[in-house]
Design a protein around this ligand. Structure first.
Ligand SMILES: Nc1ncnc2c1ncn2[C@@H]1O[C@H](COP(=O)(O)OP(=O)(O)OP(=O)(O)O)[C@@H](O)[C@H]1O
Ligand SMILES: [Mg+2]
Length: 565
């Protein structure tokens, strides 16, 4: 919670100013019934219009101070809360973009989305409401009690008798509701997950006519969220009526006692008004408890992410062989720490060479890329880039070596140019050259506006092959030292795929290339092909060598050439 509150510090001035004005406004409000009592019991009996008018003006002044004070203070508190939430959300977003891959796996993307959206909203509500009610409610409550004593001690003691009951009721109810708010946020993660899946997978849902199935699934999640919310609200909804009931019982006694022994109608009226104020004070406090319980649960969820250690320290490690652009030495890796996803991977790729990686789905091809780029660290063995152990370099430095087109890579809403450039302010020539090499030039020229053609979100207005060509262009545009194409030409026809490979060989001779593919034709020209099976390296060599030495590779080749189907 402390971690979240520190975001309020820069706006402490605004918040303090708001609280002060609220204080003045609430005190002014507190004096109104006392004035009323005085006017009714002391001034009205004088039957003189002048003092009545003066007293009326004084009441008006107090009312105005109370009203404008409240409005102004509310604005200030909303503004302080909005600003601090803005900063908090910004930092959270920044943190998320630096999270290690395993940390994202652990928290899950939907939960990160909901922390960024609904949790930060609850923190905002907590701060805004606490600033608004945090001063007013206690003043109305405590001040109301004191004022009642000033007006009439007898009536005040009746009132005081009720207060402990009300406080006990509010406290018990609020305590019971708190666990539901944490649960509600967990359910909200499920809801975001379902929405994301459903909306991104809208085509498959439609293709399999599973709209009904998905709707039912969503209904289940939505019901669970609704039920938890309802359970929390059902408990909290007892507060108001229960507090009112207890105070109203007190009120009956006040009227009876007042009728028997009070010294004037003004006092009874004032005490009744203070009663309402005290009630409002208590309800205000219970509202604070609600937003606090919800806000604290959310703040903790946000802080859990903010506190994550994203540093991937650069260790002092022995250098490898500088001759190689990429080298894997006895590398083993597991995502879940249970079964290995890669076992004993060994290869050394010279500068400017091309490595092809081939293997069945799930055999660990993308995992090799993940380790190369230090998205994850190997459990044992070493990965070297340019002769340097990746663990001796900060991840950002590792990534400077690479230009990558990942499997199912994404394009964002924006122009073709923005997508290729991706905020690097590259010269026009590089963008055009990359588009040309990636075989994208022709189709881009046909788009309305060419490079300025606006892509829809996720580039929904392009075909699969067109998208792949743009992701390849993006990878090439920065003239990387190592180029990674993970299944990046799977949607290209054979001819375009071949043209792309020719272009890479001709125009990027210095660039080391790592090409992950399912098609033998995409990797057969590589200097070295790594064959993977269930995370194990079952073959390494050129196409010809593998045909002789690796039966599995020969089998894949024959199957794809149509000889063994
Ligand atoms: N983030 C992850 N968390 C846990 N397991 C993972 C993760 N990513 C991949 N895996 C597992 O690691 C294994 C290798 O996955 P990888 O993505 O490297 O396969 P691949 O060879 O690239 O497959 P494909 O050809 O389908 O892209 C698979 O069994 C997969 O389930
Ligand atoms: Mg893959």
């Amino acid at each position: 919670m402390k971690g979240t509150l520190k975001y309020l510090r820069p706006y402490g001035g605004i918040a303090a100013w708001g609280v002060t004005i609220k204080f003045i406004g609430s005190i002014a409000e507190l004096f109104l019934p006392l004035l009323l009592d005085y006017i009714i019991d002391e001034i009205v009996p004088l039957k003189d219009i002048v003092p009545v008018l003066w007293a009326g003006l004084l009441m008006l002044a107090f009312s105005l101070i109370a009203m404008f004070g409240n409005i102004w203070a509310n604005r200030l508190s909303v503004s302080a809360a909005a600003k601090m939430t803005h900063d908090l959300r910004y930092d959270l977003f920044k943190k998320i973009s630096y999270l290690k891959s395993e940390q994202v796996d652990e928290v899950t993307v939907p939960s990160l989305v909901s922390r960024l959206t609904s949790d930060s909203y609850y923190v905002n509500q907590m701060v805004a409401r606490t600033l608004r009610l945090g001063v007013r409610a206690p003043i109305l409550l405590v001040g109301g009690i004191i004022m009642t004593f000033i007006v009439d001690a007898y009536l005040a003691s009746v009132l005081l008798g009720c207060v402990p009951f009300v406080i006990a009721a509010v406290a018990v109810i609020t305590k019971k509701s708190i666990p539901y708010y944490a649960k509600k946020q967990a359910n909200s993660d499920d809801m975001v997950r379902a929405m994301q899946e459903n909306i991104s997978g809208v085509r498959i849902v439609k293709a399999l006519s599973k709209g009904g199935y998905e709707t039912e699934k969503f209904r289940g999640i939505s019901d669970r969220l609704g039920d938890t919310d309802l359970a929390a609200k059902r408990i909290m909804s007892l507060t108001n009526p229960l507090a009112t009931l207890i105070l109203n019982l007190g009120l009956v006694v006040v009227i009876i006692v007042g009728a028997l022994m009070s010294d004037g109608a003004g006092s009874v009226l004032a005490v009744l008004t203070y009663f309402t104020m005290i009630l409002n004070g208590m309800l205000g406090l219970s509202k604070i408890f609600v937003v606090l319980s919800q806000g604290i649960a959310s703040a903790e969820r946000i802080e859990r992410v903010l506190k994550m250690d994203t540093a991937q320290p650069a260790e002092e490690l022995a250098e490898g062989c500088g001759e190689y652009a990429v080298q894997f030495k006895d590398v083993c890796f597991s995502y879940n720490g249970v079964e290995n996803n890669l076992t004993d991977i060994n290869f050394a790729l010279p500068h400017g060479g091309t490595l092809g990686i081939i293997g069945a789905t799930g055999s660990g091809k993308s995992t090799i890329v993940n380790l190369m780029m230090r998205f994850y660290d190997a459990d044992s063995g070493d990965v070297y880039i340019d002769g340097r152990n990746v663990r001796s370099m900060p991840p950002e430095e590792v990534r400077k070596y690479f230009g990558a087109a990942f499997q199912n890579d994404f394009l964002m809403a924006g122009s073709v140019r923005e997508n290729i450039d991706y905020g690097r302010a590259l010269p026009e020539d590089s963008i055009l050259g990359a588009a040309k090499s990636a075989q994208a030039e022709e189709f881009v020229a046909k788009l309305h506006g060419g490079l300025d053609y606006d892509l829809a979100q996720k580039a929904a207005n392009l075909s699969g092959g067109q998208k792949q060509r743009l992701t390849v262009a993006r990878a090439l545009a920065g003239q990387p030292r190592i180029l990674i194409l993970d299944d990046a030409s799977s949607a290209l026809d054979y001819e375009t795929d071949a043209a792309l490979r020719r272009e890479l060989a001709d125009k990027y001779p210095q660039t080391t290339k790592v090409i992950v593919a399912q098609r033998v034709s995409s990797v057969r020209g590589a200097d070295m092909i790594l064959v993977l099976d269930d995370g194990r390296q079952i073959g390494l060599g050129t196409h010809e060598e593998l045909l002789r030495t690796c039966p599995e590779y020969a089998q894949i080749y024959r199957a794809q050439m149509g000889e063994d189907v």
